[in-house]
Design a protein around this ligand. Structure first.
Ligand code: ZN
Length: 585
């Protein structure tokens, strides 16, 4: 039972946490000041410390050399006593397991930091082996350059040891790397230690500077996590050291680890400035859901159009022009980097209206590969009587590749630019004789497409087969087919392009064949929120921001998840679900 560490905020695997001491520590942070080490058991048998509320007490431990065989390590593994104070257990990458403490000290951290593959494999394995609401401490490894990556991977506690030692060796650290002091003509820093003449600046000053810069970097990291923008920062900052970029890429290959911890909706904008952006969990998840869950319900031809800088796309000038040429006679799908393809019903759905990218008028090889593979998978799943590519010349490498691989021919309607009179007239002509779909069909299909995306394949039919819609897109209100006053099922949330359910909607979800995301609670009626200790079990598939059904002996409720499923099931602190509607049983 962890009582002295709580996670308050999450940005992927990175977290804002709190070590609950008399003087609380907000993490990711340096823990030099709060540690009380009860020492190694090798030289002598140690007494169990009592601990105190001002320190994180490291329980007596036995460090073993790296590569110690598992059975030997097991034989020497100490029993960790349950003390009545904040405590940490020492584990290695091989032996990490739940000891019931608030924090875990990784004894072989120095062997993995600096090696992308070893680091990523170890952190992912250790984070999975210890409970989510415990702090992970990597001693003796932090530098201003690696702190952001360590936090991004899921590390909560660091210390200034390495930065200070480097200073005494005459190595001047910054968030972009390491410099030999004697090579510096000036000191590129405004910290107190750097306010002396260049000639007077000694190694003691250098150690002090290094520690200060590390502290400052961790403030930047915490602020980035709070704003949900650590990844954007890291994509730039990691460039300064080869192993950091390699570790970032390796982490992206741990999709299941990152995706489980990445919210499905968020307010923060996603900035796409590097090739790595294409590998982000948010981007991969959108592409994965569009190509495995989304299902086109229109009988009309498909028109592929370029994306616009204005979001949602339909509010841009170019898309208004496409729209008036199309006149509800075709289904529109936007092609974009870094998102891939965006069907018209999902233009508001996170992150389709939340990204900003670099526009050069040229696609990189990686972008061509990514968008072509998404479009190909999309067209393999969704059949159309005709595909019209209303795209500029620079989209041709993508569309032609897909035509070749699927053996279908697209109709091209753009000459020069998609919004010229000639291009728009050609688009209009290509749709000559096609029937229009109604506003009702468009709105109902939008609700169903969002449900597929949010709840799973065919969920749109299972939950919203028979409906009526009210109000104006994108603020649609969904009712049952007979329009009964009490039959309000869901509301579309324009900011996220998702559906929020009412109790009647939640009941339909539970009764349908679509997989329900359930949170099982003890015998109480939740008001406002459900806290982690009240949870008996939760679906593994739950992500932060997901709609969830909350069920217990005394209550049936619907709300939005504030933690991922396994964190809810293991967690002992914090808000797990924000409840929207509840009824007593
Ligand atoms: Zn300085």
């Amino acid at each position: 039972m962890t009582e002295s560490f709580e996670v308050h905020d999450r940005d992927g695997a990175a977290r804002i946490g709190e070590v609950r001491l008399d003087d609380p520590l907000t993490t990711p942070a340096l823990c030099d000041e709060i540690l009380a080490d009860a020492g190694s058991r090798w030289p002598e048998e140690r007494e169990t410390p009592t601990g105190d509320s001002e320190h994180l007490t490291v329980l007596p431990h036995r460090a073993l050399p790296a590569g110690t065989p598992e059975e030997v390590a097991g034989a020497f593994a100490p029993e960790y006593p349950d003390i009545d104070a904040p405590s940490a257990a020492v584990v290695s990458t091989e032996t990490a397991t739940d000891h019931g403490t608030d924090a875990y000290v990784l004894s072989d951290a120095q062997g993995i930091v600096g090696h992308a593959r070893a680091f990523v494999e170890a952190i992912v394995a250790v984070r999975r082996a210890i409970p989510d609401d415990t702090a992970l401490y990597l001693p003796g490894v932090a530098t201003p350059a690696n702190a952001a990556l360590l936090a991004y991977a899921g590390v909560d506690l660091l210390d200034s040891d390495r930065a200070v030692v480097k200073g005494t060796q005459g190595k001047y650290l910054t968030s972009d790397g390491e410099h030999f002091l004697e090579d510096l003509t000036e000191l590129p820093c405004a910290c107190p230690a750097c306010q002396v003449e260049r000639g007077e600046f000694d190694r003691e000053d250098c150690a002090s500077h290094n520690a200060t810069v590390l502290e400052a970097e961790l403030s930047t990291v915490r602020e980035r996590i709070r704003r949900g923008r650590l990844r954007d920062y890291l994509e730039g900052q990691a460039r300064h050291e080869g192993w950091l970029t390699a570790a970032l890429r390796r982490l992206d290959q741990e999709y299941a680890y990152l995706e489980a911890r990445t919210p499905v909706i968020r307010r923060a904008e996603l900035l796409a400035t590097s090739e790595e952006t294409l590998r982000r969990a948010e981007i991969q998840r959108f592409a994965e859901r569009v190509t495995t869950r989304y299902h086109n319900r229109f009988d009309n031809p498909l028109v592929l159009v370029p994306c616009s800088a204005t979001k949602p796309y339909s509010e841009s000038q170019s898309h208004e022009q496409f729209h008036s040429a199309i006149g509800f006679r075709a289904h529109t799908v936007s092609m974009t980097s870094p998102i891939g393809v965006v069907p018209q019903e999902l233009e508001c759905t996170y992150p389709a209206q939340h990204y900003d990218s670099v526009v050069t008028g040229e696609w990189t090889a990686g972008e061509i590969e990514f968008v072509a593979s998404v479009l190909e998978a999309y067209l393999e799943r969704n059949e159309y009587p005709q595909v019209i590519a209303h795209v500029p010349e620079d989209y041709r490498p993508i569309t032609e590749r897909v035509e070749d691989s699927l053996g279908i021919d697209f109709t091209y309607t753009v000459s020069d630019h998609p919004t010229t009179t000639d291009s728009l007239a050609a688009l209009d002509d290509a749709l000559d004789g096609e029937l229009k779909y109604s506003k009702r069909e468009r709105q109902h299909n939008t609700v169903r497409a969002i449900a597929d995306y949010q709840f799973g394949p065919r969920a749109g039919d299972a939950l919203f087969g028979e409906i009526s819609t009210e109000s104006f897109y994108p603020k649609l209100r969904v009712r049952g087919a007979d329009g009964d006053e009490d039959d309000h099922l869901a509301t579309m949330v324009p900011q996220y392009g998702t559906l929020s359910l009412t109790l009647a909607g939640a009941r339909r979800w539970v009764e349908s064949d679509a997989p329900t995301k359930r949170v099982e609670i003890d015998g109480f009626v939740p008001h406002g929120s459900v806290l982690a200790p009240g949870i008996v079990d939760a679906s593994d598939e739950i992500r932060v921001g997901d709609e969830v059904v909350v069920e217990g002996p005394k209550a049936f409720a619907v709300g939005r998840a504030a933690m991922h499923g396994s964190a809810m099931a293991e967690g002992t602190r914090g808000v797990a679900v924000t409840v929207r509607h509840v009824e007593e049983r």
